[in-house]
Structure formats: C-alpha cells, structure tokens
Design a protein around this ligand. Structure first.
Ligand code: UGY
Ligand code: MN
Length: 259
C-alpha cells in the first residue's frame, strides 16, 4: 500500500479567516449562523451581505431541504437573482416555471413574482441576491428570464488564463447589475489592483486563491467563502491551488452615482 500522504488543501496560510471592515468583509461559511425569513420553509438561510454592513444589496445562501418551499417572494421595486449551486429546485416567476440544476439561474425583474420548491429527496443549494432596482425614466424595465451557465460563452478579455461569463446581458443599460462568473487558471491574477465605485458580492464556486482587499490586507479564500467589497475597495486576486478558481460576482453597474 502506498504511504504517499494525502494532501488536503485548501488552507496553506491562515485559518482565522473571518474579517469585517467598513470597506469589505470575508465570511467563511462555517461562521455564518442560520436566519429565518417568513415565507421560506424547510430551508437553512445564511445571510451573507445586507445594507447593515454597507452593501447596496442583500445576498444569502439557501440550503433547501427536501420539501422546502417558499411563498411568493416578489417585492415592489426589487429585482432578484437565483443561482443554483447544487441539487434541483423548481422555480416559478412571472415568465413561467423551470426546474433549475447546478449552474442554472433565474433573473427576476423588479416587482416580479418568484417562488421555489424542492420536490426532490436531496438538498438544493441556491445563492440568492436582492437589490432595489434603480429606474431610468426613459428605459423600459428588464424582463425576468431563466439561464444556464453551460450555454454562456467564456470570454477572455486580456491576460491569458482568465475568463468571464456574463450571466446577464452585458452593455444593456436597462440592467443596473451584472452577475458574472470569473475563472482563473492556477497562478493567474489581475493585471492591476482594481479600485472602482462598483460594489461586489463574491461567492467562491470552486478552487482557492489569495485576495488582497483594502490597502494591504491579504486573505486566503476557497470554495464556499463569501466576500463583500464596498465602493472603491482596492482588490486583487491570484489563483493558487491545483484547479481553476471560479467565483460568482455581483456588480452594480450602469448608473450615474447619486448626489
Ligand atoms: O469585473 C470586476 O470588477 C472584477 N474583475 N473584480 C473582481 O473580480 N474583484
Ligand atoms: Mn472588481
């Protein structure tokens, strides 16, 4: 029998990883305790970002148990996005019903209805995001739709080994948010430290890496971690580990900053 040691990533640096500042947060999943929300049944809810920490959106993780379901979660003026991490969930919106599996998603237009049900005998895990839609007086509201990551093109924009998938229409100003999947081959990194007014809600889908957040803080992160980045938070990522790192990234876009 081989005596080769089994190497169990992901941690190569730090293990006290939870961190909250006024500019960003990093939340490893094990520390995010359960919430309850009226209208959602048989579902463990972990709230990851909310206006109370400075975010201009709400993001949460749902662990929907067999038989878990919701009433209509639509709210006037609020748009939403659901991304399935694992399992299978039936979703009903104003544009119909769909069975969503890992990598499938739904955009729910401002004010539109949304409800879900897990009719399987396994757990379904869903990332859920809500945001107050910023109306443009001369532009029609976007419409709800269902999508699948597997049919969204992977685009390489500049440095090699890094890819974007735009889950919502890119360069369509009726949308005031972007939801992108960013992928990084091991060892690849941003070409610059980003600083931008747009906020981020980042959910690590796969792999691991080192994130610079703020002026000089480095945080190791891996699958299942959540990061909120506030306006102008300096940010830089390098993928470590042996597999492609991937994260789902919310970004508020396409609007003139309010005065
Ligand atoms: O599009 C972005 O802002 C992206 N490159 N930022 C990030 O991944 N932190
Ligand atoms: Mn960014």
């Amino acid at each position: 029998m081989s005596s080769k040691p089994l190497i169990l990533p992901p941690g190569v640096a730090g293990h006290r990883r939870c961190h909250l500042t006024s500019h960003y947060s990093i939340l490893p999943p094990e520390g995010v305790l359960e919430s309850r929300i009226p209208g959602i049944e048989k579902t463990v809810i972990r709230i990851l970002a909310a206006p109370s920490i400075g975010a201009n959106f709400v993001q949460m993780l749902w662990e929907i148990k067999p038989g878990g379901r919701s009433s209509d979660l639509g709210e006037p003026g609020i748009e939403a996005f659901a991304y399935v991490l694992s399992g299978e969930v039936s979703v009903v919106t104003d544009v119909g019903q769909s069975i969503l599996r890992a990598g499938d998603y739904a955009y729910i237009a401002p004010g539109a209805s949304f409800s879900f049900e897990n009719a399987t005998d396994g757990e379904a895990r869903v990332v859920w995001l809500r945001k107050r839609y910023q109306i443009l007086s001369d532009v029609a509201l976007p419409a709800s739709f269902f999508g699948a990551t597997s049919s969204v093109e992977r685009v390489n924009k500049h440095t090699s080994g890094r890819f974007w998938q735009h889950l919502l229409p890119d360069h369509d100003t009726s949308f005031d948010m972007a939801m992108n999947i960013l992928s990084f081959a091991p060892g690849t990194y941003f070409p610059m430290i980003e600083t931008h007014i747009m906020q981020h809600g980042l959910y690590m889908l796969q792999g691991q890496g080192m994130y610079q957040l703020g002026n000089e803080d480095w945080h190791e992160c891996w699958t299942g971690d959540f990061i909120w980045m506030g306006p102008f938070c300096p940010q830089f990522f390098i993928a470590t580990g042996w597999e492609e790192a991937q994260y789902l990234l919310f970004k508020d876009v396409n609007r003139n900053p309010e005065l």
